[in-house]
Design a binder for this molecule. Structure first.
Ligand SMILES: Cc1cc2nc3c(=O)[nH]c(=O)nc-3n(C[C@H](O)[C@H](O)[C@H](O)COP(=O)(O)OP(=O)(O)OC[C@H]3O[C@@H](n4cnc5c(N)ncnc54)[C@H](O)[C@@H]3O)c2cc1C
Length: 385
């Protein structure tokens, strides 16, 4: 049976990179969880085996559920019904299968219900999902927004939201507006603190929001009345259970139809401030975008792998002049170049992921204890890289 993980030894090659040992040691805080959680690894090899198991499950689901569903999902696409987005029918099946397999909140600490997986194997899972259905990868990999909530949210917010994402609730990042695309400093969605309600209220419009009818949104909004630049923007958590946001429109795109791109209307939507005011764009959205960049890179490598698989299979099967066309140098040359670019893209992706793992984990540890001078140097080095 096909498996998008075990079919490609490249994953294991990258997983066995020498830097992984250091990443695992840091991420597992020298395996401190082993006495408290049955699934926590006892050493480096055990941790690697755990990642491989998760990736094998992901590879199986990708090849045998997501990929067979992908054509129907792409043809049906999401629907807009009374201000709510409904996914294509088989997207619900994809969500259900990935939830039952525990493929949500992978990178979150175990105390919130996650698997404490580093970014590198998480990105591999992301690549595998994308190779099966790039649209579904958009929905699934937005779970990554939880990293930003973990990094900048309060402990109360962590305890409230992270277990929900680990259980399979979906996320979105609501940044773009009709007049604020590349130039996010122009965001105008208004956040006002209501003494009466004891919370922030959001009013305005967001556009082009992937998975815009998600359960938990991170929203960039203007909290400082009278300001016009990035310094007046803050980040908020909007919980769909609170109500106040409707979907006005779903974009009709050229591809990734299964991934809903939504226009949202916020009308007195209750929200919580995440972190401090004024740091929304300058600090928090930058962190959010860095996560999204790795997600998009993983999606691109996954799509490249899928395209290469199709091309290779066709070139082996298609015959002309009594020969499979793969035997013609011009065709073979094209395939070799595709594979070389695919391998290069994948190498850059996982090298970057390893650097991100190192600096982000050290940053996280620095909130628990003082880093040693060597660790501080290490963090600086990988942040720069
Ligand atoms: C499929 C899809 C999914 C998306 N998902 C999300 C999401 O989940 N959340 C979210 O918040 N947003 C999302 N977006 C929005 C996306 O982030 C914006 O489309 C993007 O920021 C560009 O903004 P814009 O479309 O308004 O283009 P504009 O900013 O108007 O740009 C138009 C053109 O001008 C160029 N340009 C702009 N500024 C410069 C400059 N300084 N120098 C040179 N060229 C420049 C651009 O490259 C582009 O070619 C999504 C968009 C798409 C298409």
């Amino acid at each position: 049976m096909a498996n998008y993980y075990t079919d490609h030894p490249e994953f294991e090659f990258h997983l066995n990179h020498p830097l992984m040992k250091r990443i695992v040691e840091l991420k597992e805080r020298n395996f401190a969880d082993k006495d408290e959680y049955a699934d926590a690894p006892v050493d480096y090899q055990d941790a690697l085996e755990n990642y491989k198991k998760v990736l094998e499950i992901t590879g199986d689901i990708a090849a045998n559920v997501l990929e067979p569903n992908s054509e129907e999902v792409d043809q049906e696409g999401p629907h807009l019904v009374d201000g709510r987005m409904h996914y294509a029918s088989k997207t619900y099946e994809n969500l259900d299968v990935t939830r039952k397999a525990g493929l949500w909140g992978l990178s979150m600490p175990r105390r919130y219900g996650g698997l404490n997986m580093p970014v590198t194997p998480y990105s591999m899972a992301s690549e595998i999902v994308a190779a099966a259905d790039a649209g579904f990868q958009n929905i699934w990999s937005l779970q990554d927004c939880i990293e930003t909530l973990y990094e900048f949210g309060s402990e109360e917010q962590r305890q409230k939201y992270i277990p929900r994402v680990c259980a399979g609730e979906t996320m979105s990042m609501d940044l773009t507006e009709p007049d604020a695309g590349s130039d996010l400093q122009r965001v105008m969605l208004k956040a006002t603190y209501s003494e009466e309600e004891g919370c922030w209220l959001l009013n305005g419009v967001k556009r082009f929001i992937t998975n815009g009818d998600s359960d938990i949104h991170l929203v960039l909004a203007r909290s400082e009345a009278g300001t016009h630049d990035g310094r007046g923007l803050s980040m908020f958590i909007y919980d769909k259970r609170q109500g106040g946001v409707t979907v006005r429109h779903i974009e009709n795109k050229l591809g990734i139809h299964g991934s809903p791109t939504c226009e949202l209307v916020y009308k007195n939507a209750k929200a919580e401030l995440c972190g401090n005011t004024r740091l929304g764009l300058i600090k928090y959205v930058m962190a959010l975008m860095n996560g999204a960049r790795l997600g998009i890179a993983a999606q691109s490598v996954g799509v490249s792998q899928a395209a290469y698989n199709e091309a290779l299979a066709y070139a082996k099967e298609r015959k002309q002049f009594d020969k499979a066309i793969i035997n013609f140098p011009a065709v073979y040359d094209m395939l070799s170049r595709m594979k070389a670019k695919l391998d290069a893209g994948r190498s850059i992706l996982y090298q970057t992921a390893r650097y991100v793992d190192l600096y982000k984990t050290l940053e996280d540890i620095s909130k628990e204890r003082k880093l040693t001078p060597e660790e501080r140097q290490e963090m600086k080095k990988y942040t720069r890289l």
